[in-house]
Design a protein around this ligand. Structure first.
Ligand code: NCD
Length: 306
């Protein structure tokens, strides 16, 4: 039962529960009209302490497509936070108004703290460089739809693996399905954090670390590209030096399998050349659409609406 639960970390849900959400998302996709009023009278609060268009609008459109309504803020400066209100007080107040809340925060762990004091379900919509479980739900639904399976895949993650929270959540999630392995492609300075590697080691999951996209691309089933996370750098110089470490272009794609898929959580900066957008293997805009449907399913499940 997912009713009343929080989603802070993708591991909060069992694989059966994840399957249930993905299954409901597919049902919604096949008959959207049937679900267009199921959240009538329900309110979603979007508490965004960090800039976001995509994720916030994805949550908002998800709730509205279910017939529900949305309140919230997209900039902490325009809320009581600027008066010094704590997250704990904010969530206690919001719990009185809304039925469910999605929170994005620059500090790792902030949505977790909020969930401890909340009487409504709290969804982590991204906490600092830590986790981004609803992006992972979007990624899982895209992989399942495009590859027909979430097992036996060679998954390449490329770019900023240090600060990229989407990759941290994705690796955790995909390592629960059978026989997946990972190729972690990054410059030395942006390698995956040790805590993620430790989890892979503990589960005996195979992975390699490399700095060469060209050398790795030919063996991959899924290539997950990421943006270098400018806002988490301590100095501009390092960012400028590293931002164009990887640019996926037509030439590199000639080395990839015909059925490899390219994913990206977006926003894209330079890491995927626009000439790839027409390539049938480019799935990042489909991923956006799947992201909205899977958030619809998640909202329904946490509210206990069937
Ligand atoms: C990602 C994020 O916020 O972590 N974007 C998103 O949710 N659509 C990736 C990113 O910002 O690079």
């Amino acid at each position: 039962m997912l009713k009343g639960r929080h989603l802070i970390d993708i591991m909060d849900f069992s694989t059966e529960e994840l399957d249930e959400i993905l299954g409901l998302a597919n049902e919604i996709i096949s008959d959207e009209e049937k679900f267009s009023q199921v959240c009538r009278g329900k309110l979603l609060a979007t508490l965004f302490y960090e800039p976001s268009t995509r994720t916030r609008l994805s949550f908002e459109s998800a709730m509205m497509r279910l017939g529900g309504k949305v309140i919230g803020f997209s900039d902490a400066g325009s809320s009581s936070v600027s008066k010094g209100e704590s997250i704990v007080d904010t969530i206690r107040v919001i719990s009185c108004y809304a039925d469910i809340a999605a929170m994005r925060h620059p500090k790792e762990g902030a949505p977790k703290i909020a969930s401890m004091y909340s009487s409504i379900p709290v969804i982590n919509a991204g906490d600092g460089g830590h986790q981004h479980p609803t992006q992972t739900l979007a990624d899982l639904l895209t992989i399942k739809s495009m590859k027909g399976t979430m097992s036996n895949l060679k998954i390449g993650c490329c770019g900023d693996l240090k600060f990229g929270r989407t990759v941290h959540s994705l690796i955790k999630a995909m390592s629960r399905y059978e026989n997946n392995n990972f190729t972690l492609i990054s410059p030395r300075e942006l390698k995956i954090p040790d805590y993620v590697k430790k989890e892979l080691d503990n589960k005996n999951i195979e992975y390699i670390e490399t700095s060469s996209l060209e050398a790795a691309i030919g063996s991959l089933d899924v290539l997950y590209m990421t943006r270098v996370q400018k806002e988490r750098f301590f100095n501009e110089e390092d960012y400028v030096r590293l931002r164009d470490s990887y640019i996926l272009d037509k030439e590199k794609m000639t080395g990839a399998k015909d059925n490899m898929i390219v994913l990206h959580p977006l926003p894209r900066v330079n890491e995927i050349s626009h000439e790839i957008d027409q390539d049938p293997r480019a799935c990042y805009f489909k991923q956006v659409k799947y992201g909205m449907y899977v958030r619809m399913a998640l909202i329904m499940e946490l509210l206990g609406i069937k």
